[in-house]
Structures are given as structure tokens and as C-alpha cells.
Design a protein around this ligand. Structure first.
Ligand code: FES
Length: 580
């Protein structure tokens, strides 16, 4: 840790708008005063933008306006000037074709909202899956002092006395309905008890994973990730976050000071220990690209490979975020990494302390939730990065959510050319498929879907489910919900719509999966593969206008984070020309 706080007092960027007596200064201050803001708020104190992804169509973040008030308490208390700014909210549960297509649009919009306005520091109010990476990407590109506070997870779901997890039980119940083990009416009854309170998904899905990643990167206060949305300590966390950002501005403690290569390595290892979502791979690669850290898929395999998964949460394990919080939450996990020599202890955090100083004295209150290493869910957790002639740039698989007996498998390919093709065929009893086959889904990557849908864990055919089989090897260029599970190879790169080898797999080809050796192989002669690739023609329709066109034209592969090519890098926060 080499950070040296800046001198205080000094002139902040907001004073370019609010300081002085010029016509322009009067213009900027005068309009603000229509909100009843007294003159002393414009005296050079830190102006803190509360970048709020609140939206009634992002139900996981619908309580963030209330939480923002607590952030304001903390900002005022520390001598700052809070301004709440509504920003683009990419809802996982509502956006079509997929929220992922809008992660980059949100990141672009928020970056410009930070840079173009009188803001000295930001509180990033996030929760639902894409809202966290999009605002972290924005903060990384703009590099104003920033701190994350998440909305927290929902309370545990309940159905007939059983605990149900967000997403995970949707997949389970939907397969049970297909297998004839549950009625549609029972499924509808279960729906009513799944989302019992404000908050984000309560499994270790993408929202909980990204909240954990923000904390492991050092971008949120210690303990933030797991506090339930409705627990009074969530409000305290918001209050303390508001208080802290004011000092961060005074110290000039920026995202680029915190999100170093070491911080990303800490986050990757944390992801392995929590059994986190494969979506974290794409998001961390994208955030690193914005802050100028050279992070690759190989770093994911190198750092995550030998990390045991010790957090016993769905979808890999048994419990939900509520129990994780009661057990001590993420600080316990980070401490365990430190004790195992798997943590850069010196990594700086938003608190101004090192990561180790924050966690070294915490205790584990429930060893069935945060397991001892000798009872780990998976000894070698993390994310396995596979390569081979089917994925020259890489593909990923989550070992803790997969079936051990399928980790080395050779099977006959059953190919679906698109998600519509899959939906049209999967329930057909005449489909030539059994549990030894490998299901292949094409054209669901960043360009193909468009936006890289969470459909990689495609449901099994009913005739296989009826035999009591619950998993098969599945391969695609799609993503998978963090709440999902199975032996699922995802993010195959290059994607089919960009002419990757996945595009030329045919029914009846044989595919070899070898996770221990990190290999994914299409078993056809090299000359045959070359000939098929040479003859390949794009089948995906290219959008002709609007954001969909921009996305299709500029999105990069999943192996580098699926960001737009022109958004990579840190553009800083220069104060632009005044237009008045
Ligand atoms: Fe919003 Fe899961 S759908 S967090």
C-alpha cells in the first residue's frame, strides 16, 4: 500500500461550477437554490453524487431511494454536500433482449453523468446483477473517488415450510414440472413466497457475487455484501458509506488507487471461495479494462484454480445470504484466504485500511455455512478456463455447480442453432438425444443474441428428466444465471455469430470435455474444421439502427469482458468547457 493522501483543503472540481462570482457561477448556483439549498453548501465542501439505480422496474433496487436518505445523513454529518442522481438501471428481471446488452450503455451513461456534472465523489447505489458492474466500470473510467453500497439481498424464500432460493428454485421447479413431479398450480403457489422482501437475489447468484466482488476489490466497506436489505444494519452501512466518501474526496482516494492488479487477484480468489457466478468473469475483465489493469482469462484460471469453495450457499450449496450474514459474511472468507496465503493482504480499500487490517479479527459464527477447508464443497473451486479447437480464446465452467462424474466426458453433439431452435425442439419426444449427449447452443453470445443471454444452462429434454437424470454436458456461447447450476460450458469464444468454431459444430459430431486438463475439443480432423470454417456464412441479422446497432458493431468477445471497444480505458474527469 503506497497511497499518500492529498492535502486538504484544496479546490475541488465542483468549484469550477459553484465557486466564484462570475455569471456562469451564479447561473450554476442559482438554479440549484430553487431546491432550498443554503449558500454555505456551495463553499467548496465535497459535492457527492449519489448515483442511484433505483427503479420500480428494477425490483431488486426499488428500495434504494430510502437507503439513499441514509447515505445523505452520513454525507452531511461528515461535512459534504449530497446530490442524488438517478442513473440508468439495467434490470435483470425485466430488460429484453437481456440486461447484459445494456450494461455497457449504463456504464457509458453513468460515466458521462459523473464527468459532466459538478461532482467530486460518488456513492454507487447498486444491487441487481448488472447495476454493480456498470457503475464500477463507469467509476473506473472516470476515476473520481467512489464507493459502493449495495441494497442487500432479500430474506429467504419459503414454500410449504421449505427454504427456496431466488432463481435456483425457479430452475428446479421448472424441471420438476417437466418431469411430472410438480404441478403447475404448485409452481404458481411457490412463486408467491419466493421474493418476500425488498432486496436482490438471496442465492450466491450474480448480484450477491458482484456485491462480494465489490467488497473483495476494496470498493465497498467491509461487511457490506451480505447484510439483508431489510436489516437495520443495511441502513447503518449506507450511513457509514456516506460518511466515508467525504474523507475519500479530501484524501483523493480514487478507483485507480484501489482497483490494482492485486485487488483483482483478491477478487478472483474470493469468487472461488464463495462459489460465485461465472458472470463475475466477464464483469471483472470489463472493469479491469476500464481502469487499465491487464487482466486476462488466464489470470482467472491461475488465481482461482486451487481455491476451495467454502461458502455453503445455493446454487452450489445449501444456505442463502441471510445465513451467510449471520455467520459473519465475506470478511470471514477473506480472512480465511489470508490465512491460507491466498490474499494480497496489503491491498488498499475504500476505508483507507488494508484488506487484512479490516478482516484479521473477525470470527466465523457458523461452520456449516462458512465451512472449514477440509469440508469444502469443492477442493478446487474457482472458474475453470477451458481451451481447445472448439474455444481457441477460451470458455468457462463452474466446477462447484457441476456434476463431478461429467467433468471428463465424451458425447455426441445435439445442436441447436439458436435459442428459438432449442425451444422448438427440446420437448419433442422424437428428438434424438439421451443423457450421454452434449447439448450445443449457438448464437447466444455478445453479438449473437444480442447481448449474451443467460440461457447456457438450457433445460434438459423431458424424456431425460423423466429417467431421474438432472444434469448433462451443455456448451454454448451464452452466459448462465449465477443462480443456476449444472455441467455447463459457457462464454465459448469466439462466439458463433463472429464465426467461432462453435458455429460449425454439427449434429453427430463428438465433443470431448476434460475439465482437469482444461480442454474442450471438437473431435473432427483439422482439415475438416478448416473447411467448415472457410464455408461458414453469418446467420444472425445485424440491427440497422439504434443502440442495438452500436452494440453489435462494437462489442468485444466474452474472453475480454464484452465491453464496447471504444469504451476501454480510463478517460479521467477533466472539467469541460462551460456552455453558458
Ligand atoms: Fe435482480 Fe437477481 S434479478 S438480483
Amino acid at each position: 500500500m503506497t497511497f499518500k493522501p492529498a492535502e486538504w483543503p484544496r479546490k475541488l472540481r465542483s468549484q469550477e461550477w459553484f465557486g466564484g462570482t462570475s455569471k456562469d457561477n451564479i447561473y450554476h448556483r442559482g438554479w440549484m437554490k430553487n431546491q432550498g439549498l443554503p449558500a454555505h453548501l456551495f463553499d467548496g465542501r465535497p459535492v457527492i453524487g449519489i448515483m442511484n439505480t433505483w427503479s420500480e422496474l428494477t425490483p431488486c433496487n426499488a428500495h434504494l431511494r430510502d437507503l439513499a436518505e441514509r447515505v445523505k445523513y452520513g454525507i452531511y454529518e461528515a461535512g459534504g454536500f449530497p446530490v442524488e442522481v438517478p442513473v440508468f438501471s439495467a434490470s435483470e428481471s425485466a430488460f429484453r433482449p437481456t440486461a447484459m446488452m445494456f450494461r455497457n450503455l449504463a456504464a457509458l451513461a453513468v460515466e458521462e453523468a459523473m464527468r459532466g456534472q459538478p461532482i467530486d465523489g460518488c456513492v454507487l447505489m447498486v444491487g441487481c446483477d448488472k447495476t454493480t458492474p456498470s457503475l464500477l466500470m463507469a467509476a473506473a473510467s472516470c476515476d473520481v473517488p467512489s464507493i459502493v453500497v449495495t441494497g442487500g439481498p432479500m430474506l429467504n424464500g419459503r414454500y410449504r415450510g421449505e427454504v427456496t432460493g431466488s432463481g435456483t428454485h425457479i430452475w428446479k421447479f421448472s424441471e420438476a414440472v417437466k418431469a411430472g413431479q410438480m404441478t403447475k398450480e404448485e409452481f404458481l403457489e411457490a412463486e408467491g413466497g419466493m421474493s418476500r422482501s425488498p432486496g436482490s437475489c438471496n442465492t450466491m447468484g450474480t448480484a450477491s457475487t458482484m456485491a462480494s466482488m465489490a467488497e473483495a476489490l476494496g470498493m465497498a466497506l467491509s461487511g457490506n455484501a451480505a447484510i439483508p436489505a431489510v436489516d437495520s444494519r443495511r441502513r447503518m452501512m449506507a450511513h457509514m458509506t456516506g460518511q466515508r466518501i467525504v474523507q475519500m474526496v479530501k484524501d483523493d482516494l480514487k478507483p485507480s488507487d484501489i482497483m490494482t492488479k492485486q485487488a483483482f487477484e483478491n477478487a478472483i480468489r474470493t469468487n472461488g471461495a464463495i462459489g460465485g457466478s461465472t458472470n463475475a468473469v466477464i464483469h471483472l475483465l470489463a472493469i479491469a479494462g476500464r481502469v487499465g489493469v491487464d487482466l486476462t482469462l488466464d489470470d482467472w484460471d491461475r488465481c482461482g484454480r486451487d481455491v476451495p469453495t467454502i461458502v455453503n450457499l445455493m446454487p452450489s450449496g445449501k444456505y442463502l445470504m441471510e445465513e451467510f450474514f449471520y455467520a459473519g459474511g465475506l470478511p470471514v472468507v477473506i480472512k480465511r484466504l489470508g490465512e491460507a496465503g491466498l490474499l494480497h493482504k496489503d491491498a488498499l480499500t475504500v476505508s483507507g485500511q488494508t484488506m487484512w487490517d479490516q478482516v484479521k479479527d473477525v470470527k466465523n459464527w457458523n461452520e456449516d455455512v462458512i465451512l472449514p477447508t477440509d469440508r469444502a464443497l469443492t477442493a478446487s473451486g474457482g472458474v475453470a478456463v477451458l481451451k481447445g479447437n472448439l474455444a481457441p480464446n477460451g470458455a468457462v465452467l463452474k466446477p462447484s455447480a457441476a456434476t463431478p462424474s461429467l467433468m471428463v466426458h465424451r458425447g455426441r453433439a445435439v445442436v441447436f442453432e439458436s435459442i428459438d431452435d432449442y425451444k422448438a425442439k427440446i420437448n419433442d419426444e422424437a428428438l434424438d438425444i439421451d443423457e450421454t449427449c452434449v447439448m450445443v447452443l449457438k448464437n447466444c453470445g455478445p453479438k449473437g443474441y444480442p447481448g449474451m443471454a443467460e440461457v447456457g444452462n438450457m433445460g434438459l429434454p423431458p424424456k431425460v428428466l423423466k429417467k431421474g437424470i438432472t444434469d448433462m454436458v451443455r456448451i454454448s456461447d451464452a452466459r448462465m444465471s449465477g443462480t443456476a447450476y449444472g455441467t455447463v460450458v459457457l462464454h465459448t469464444s469466439p462466439e458463433a455469430a463472429a464465426g467461432g468454431p462453435l458455429a460449425v459444430v454439427r449434429n453427430g459430431d463428438f465433443i470431448e470435455l476434460d475439465v482437469p486438463n482444461r480442454r474442450i475439443h471438437l473431435d473432427i480432423p483439422d482439415e475438416e474444421l478448416s473447411a467448415r470454417l472457410a464455408a461458414w456464412k453469418p446467420t444472425v441479422k445485424v440491427p440497422d439502427s439504434g443502440y442495438a446497432w452500436l452494440h453489435h458493431a462494437h462489442v468485444q468477445g466474452a474472453d475480454t469482458g464484452a465491453d464496447l471497444d471504444f469504451l476501454k480505458g480510463c478517460r479521467g474527469n477533466p472539467v469541460g468547457k462551460d456552455s453558458h
